[in-house]
Design a binder for this molecule. Structure first.
Ligand SMILES: [Fe+2]
Length: 365
């Protein structure tokens, strides 16, 4: 039988077109195909954990956060009207409160660390850690003068700092009003978090992050999200990253919840310092418009050890649902080396950079 090659070519093209069309429909708007595919891989083949896995996790999370907020678009007028916050908004005397119950304390500082951070990022992609660890240390040292005293009254120093979870991915991957549930793992710990802008989105005035404040957020609140609901309302939701986070409180409107938004009008090299219980959200506007966000930020949390000096411990609660490679190691350490309080808090020793990448640490290789 004679093969009509032109028919084969047409058939192959039709199948390829159908697959591409199906993938485009399944892929969330604003997300690169690569990120989406990585998310699928990590969801179904967790054994693929390695240093590049966090972007995949976040790609998947961004999709679920977006899908889980069908009324996110209702926030757009509020976001468009939000005033801007920049390094010039703060004075030399302003400091961020690192105390365990702090809420709503923040400051933006301009740094000279952009070239160093960009070089470190490029080096880190190759698997080397030295330049990144040094750049992160330099950033923390630059920010510590803008942070208030430790709960014991001493000034925070670098050797009192342990880092947790550095995100360094392009895009705006957490478009939901929240404060980080990560802190639940460190009960009673003092500390703060940093958000360093390495590259801005090509279009000015869009793509960074919003910080959000409200008197409704109490110093003893657990980690929460505020999610838009049908009819312009909001739900305050207990945020523990479980499959079904439950609502704690409902509001008729953004104004009813007392939410006040500020857009981070930051330039590359600027760094936001915020206390651990500070509401924030990635700018969702590009995602909602279906436009990819080129913004690149480096952010991580800084946990203070419970006492100054070498070998000091951090408090650690080992039952959070997070379970990447780093968490698995921490949990093992807590159950084998740590001392557990009556309230199930362990006290473990962690090296300063050990928790920087949750999926991978060169020292574990
Ligand atoms: Fe966050």
């Amino acid at each position: 039988m004679e093969v009509a090659w032109s028919h084969v070519a047409v058939a192959v093209a039709a199948v390829a077109w159908a697959l591409a069309a199906a993938a485009a429909r399944a892929r969330p708007r604003g997300m690169a195909t690569k990120e989406w595919l990585q998310g699928l891989v990590i969801a179904h083949f967790p054994a693929f954990y390695h240093k590049h896995i966090l972007p995949a996790v976040y790609g998947d999370l961004t999709a679920s956060i977006n899908v889980g907020q069908p009324y996110l678009r209702d926030l757009l007028p509020t976001l468009e009207a939000a005033p801007s916050l920049g390094a010039a908004s703060f004075g030399p005397g302003d400091v961020v409160d690192p105390s365990p119950d702090a809420a709503g304390s923040r400051k933006i500082v301009a740094t000279s660390l952009l070239p160093r951070m960009l070089e470190a990022l490029a080096d880190y992609e190759t698997g080397a850690t030295g330049k990144m660890y040094a750049a992160v240390d330099a950033l923390v040292e630059a920010c510590l003068p803008h942070v208030g005293a430790c709960p014991d009254g001493t000034r925070p120093t670098l050797d009192r700092c342990v880092y947790y979870c550095m995100n360094k991915e392009r895009g705006a991957y957490f478009p939901v009003i929240h404060w980080d549930t990560d802190w639940v793992q460190f009960p009673g710990a003092a500390g703060f978090q940093l958000w360093f802008l390495a590259r801005a989105h090509g279009r000015a005035g869009v793509g960074n992050m919003f910080v959000v404040s409200t008197p409704d957020l109490r110093p003893d609140d657990p980690s929460v999200r505020y999610v838009p609901t049908k009819g312009g309302g909001l739900a305050k939701i207990f945020h523990d990253s479980s499959a079904h986070e439950y609502p704690l409180k409902r509001f008729a409107s953004v104004a009813d919840a007392g939410l006040r938004f500020e857009y981070l009008a930051m330039a590359p090299g600027d760094c936001l310092i915020m206390c651990k219980r500070h509401l924030h959200m990635s700018d969702p506007r590009l995602l909602l418009d279906g436009e990819a966000n080129d913004r690149l930020a480096v952010n991580f949390r800084v946990v203070f050890t419970e006492a100054p000096g070498a070998g000091a411990t951090i408090p650690f609660w080992p039952y959070h649902s997070y379970n990447l490679a780093c968490h698995q190691r921490l949990k093992h350490r807590a159950f084998t080396d740590g001392t557990m309080d009556a309230d199930e808090t362990c006290h473990i020793t962690v090296q300063r950079h050990e928790m920087l990448n949750l999926a991978w640490n060169k020292d574990w290789d």
